[in-house]
Design a protein around this ligand. Structure first.
Ligand SMILES: *Cc1c(COP(=O)(O)O)cnc(C)c1O
Length: 373
């Protein structure tokens, strides 16, 4: 006889590349009674979520809502809606997620013009400008703001300005940046942006906030071909998420997950965006001091280091997998392994959202001190 039983997970401290620790306030919100997805009270909640997302993204974009799926689906929503067969997209690559963008462009029938920089370095503005000059027919400039695979912050404001200058739409991955560092959709002129619930928003995984500028919306409404994904077609989703009027069934919203997102955004609003960015920066500085005190070295230049994703070289002689296993089993602490070129060379220590607090930083430094000794 098989012995299936209720699953009770241990209380881990999640300090990897995401998911990050979820606030108990958010978990409690999620456990509240499920409403119908067209219940008037739920529609009111959806409107609140839109307003709170506009706050988080710093935008007045009407088409701002969470896609009912993880960050990768938000990425796919942006590309599937904006790219038509034959379109040229300049894609900046300096880590895992830039490559995933290229996959999206080609699967939409577009052509990706790759601008590549080394993992751990920033995207070169000069190379991007050269690519835009060489491809005056490019429609979109796409880049990752916070490259979670390396810990690098790309210069989103300057990249968006270049997109404007060369008459391109800007498409931005803000999965790890939103809530952790400054993101200013209207101020920087971002046309399409997606994020994720499980990184710096302190929420459960599975939702992807997106926002489209009026310029992007016009392009989506005037496509020559239908969006090849039925589920992600914004022209259909607005029938459910659109402002006011009658809401029609599109798909069953993940009602309880949306309670969670609402509560996490409310926490962000209560704390204040600037205060949240500051908390991540202060957390990073405390962690940096602790790790450098153990003799560990950061692998990204301090000028473009992400506070919420700390990539540090694995000290010589330390067994990567064994050390992380020991952290997980003895200290209930999860940190991230290196990816791709950086596998076996770095650890990625996340300080995202609710996980970014002094108690976790002390726990992390003390635990690491034991495993690298
Ligand atoms: C995590 C992440 C994604 C993918 O999000 P999922 O929720 O795992 O699908 C995309 N881009 C970046 C920069 C990320 O960190």
């Amino acid at each position: 006889m098989e012995n299936f039983k209720t699953f009770i997970p241990p209380e881990r401290t999640l300090m990897g590349p995401g998911p990050s620790d979820v606030s108990p306030r958010v978990l409690n919100a999620m456990a509240r009674p499920t409403l119908g997805h067209l219940d008037p009270l739920f529609i009111d909640l959806m409107d609140d979520i839109k307003g709170l997302l506009q706050y988080a993204f710093k935008t007045t974009n009407a088409l701002t809502m969470p896609v009912s799926a993880p960050g990768s689906a938000g990425m796919e929503a942006c590309f599937a809606n904006l790219v038509e067969p034959g379109d040229k997209v300049v894609v900046c690559i300096n880590g895992v997620f830039g490559n995933r963008m290229v996959e999206n462009v080609t699967r939409c029938g577009g052509t990706a013009i790759k601008v590549e920089d080394a993992w751990g370095e920033q995207t070169s503005l000069q190379k991007v400008e050269d690519a835009l000059k060489a491809n005056p027919d490019a429609k979109i400039l796409a880049f990752v703001h916070a490259e979670t695979s390396t810990g690098v912050r790309n210069d989103a404001q300057s990249l968006c300005a270049l997109a404007r200058q060369y008459d391109c739409l800007s498409l931005v991955d803000a999965v790890t940046s939103l809530g952790g560092i400054e993101v200013d959709v209207d101020g920087w002129g971002i046309d399409a942006i997606y994020s994720g619930s499980q990184k710096c928003l302190s929420c459960v995984p599975g939702l992807s906030p997106v926002s489209f500028s009026p310029r992007a919306v016009e392009i989506i409404q005037n496509r020559k071909t239908p969006v090849q994904s039925w589920f992600l077609d914004m022209n259909l989703i607005v029938g459910y998420w659109g402002q006011g009027g009658k809401r029609a069934y599109h798909h069953t919203a993940p009602v309880n997950s949306l309670y969670a997102l609402h509560e996490s955004l409310l926490m962000l609003k209560e704390e204040g965006l600037e205060q949240s960015w500051q908390r991540h920066q202060q957390g990073h500085e405390a962690l940096r001091d602790g790790l450098e005190g153990l003799g560990m070295q950061f692998s990204v230049d301090s000028h473009y280091r992400l506070p919420q994703l700390n990539a540090v070289a694995i000290p010589p002689g330390v067994d990567d997998a064994a050390a992380r296993k020991q952290l997980l089993e003895n200290d209930n602490l999860e940190i991230g392994a290196g990816l791709g070129d950086l596998a076996g060379k770095v650890w990625r220590i996340g300080l995202m959202g609710y996980a970014c607090k002094p108690r976790n930083i002390d726990h992390c430094v003390a635990s690491l001190a034991r495993v690298i000794r």
